[in-house]
Design a binder for this molecule. Structure first.
Ligand code: SF4
Length: 287
């Protein structure tokens, strides 16, 4: 955590560890190149968020303001899920072995009385994802299910959250407080501590979190859904995966490169032959 200047592990970091841990680490050290596909993917996310969510015209001016806005948007998403049936781009928080974990749920839907987590992945080709892509992405949605279940069962409580993020010491800026007042947000939602309580309460009160989540792959140029996969969450199996992933963050081992059987992944890696030469063979000089 110190080496990568991090205080929070993102759910996408954990998923990336199951693609190539070394690549995930190098991404933090040297920066990740954003491909046109990644860019159009995040634009598509933004567009659907605007269509589906309750419009929230708050402009954060500081870290505390953004924190407030994320919690408030999450509170609104869960408190209106019963009537709207769907919400998008919801911040989620949790903890594993003392590490703070955070992520963003692409979508939640109310289906047959349960909450289903959906994760969207965009692809530049209209082919179905490989098993390797699926396995890494599945970890991300399983982690989201775990985080929601942890809040619901109070194994990750608002008190844990308040303590670990030092919520009580965070104050929104006067400019943001004015925006809240103008938007009619007052009373029980006036401070970050209060809005955090409401966010946690809404998840606790919400319907059961389904043990099945969905991974949805879309072909970026046309927006067509290529395929949606059901991903099962099993607490026992998932905790084994997490305990392996956290071994890296605890500093018990270095970042693991891909195994030889998966060295084909290196062909798609920006660090191949540069910062990572694990599977790189220098070309022989022709004499
Ligand atoms: S070159 Fe291969 S082993 Fe090295 S970081 Fe990239 S994917 Fe991982």
């Amino acid at each position: 955590m110190e080496k990568l200047h991090k205080s929070v592990i993102r759910a996408t970091d954990i998923a990336a560890q199951f693609w190539c841990e070394k690549q995930m680490e190098l991404g933090y050290i040297y920066g990740r190149k954003e491909s046109p596909q990644m860019r159009s993917g995040s634009e598509a996310h933004k567009e659907i968020e605007t269509m589906v969510n309750i419009p929230l015209k708050l402009k954060p001016e500081s870290y505390a303001d953004s924190f407030y806005k994320n919690l408030y948007a999450g509170y609104l998403a869960f408190s209106t899920l019963g009537e709207r049936g769907i919400a998008r781009e919801i911040s989620i928080y949790g903890s594993a072995n003392g590490f703070k974990i955070a992520g963003k749920l692409d979508e939640i839907r109310l289906e047959d009385g349960e909450i289903l987590v959906y994760e969207d992945k965009t692809k530049g080709s209209d082919k179905e994802p490989t098993q390797a892509q699926l396995s890494s992405h599945a970890v991300q949605v399983q982690l989201y299910v775990k985080m929601l279940k942890d809040i619901k069962s109070n194994s990750y409580s608002v008190e844990d959250f308040t303590r670990s993020y030092r919520i009580d010491s965070l104050k929104v800026t006067p400019g943001f407080a004015k925006q809240l007042k103008e938007a009619g947000v007052e009373g029980q939602h006036a401070t970050i501590t209060e809005v955090a309580k409401e966010y946690f309460n809404e998840i606790i009160k919400a319907p059961r979190i389904s043990d099945v989540a969905r991974l949805r792959y879309t072909f970026t140029p046309t927006g067509r859904v290529i395929k949606t996969y059901d991903i099962k969450y099993d607490e026992g199996e998932f905790s084994k995966k997490m305990s392996y992933a956290l071994g890296y963050w605890r500093g018990e081992r270095g970042a693991k490169p891909v195994d030889e059987s998966e060295k084909w992944k290196c062909n798609y890696c920006q660090f191949f032959g540069k910062q990572c030469k694990v599977w790189y063979v220098d070309r022989q000089k022709v004499l």
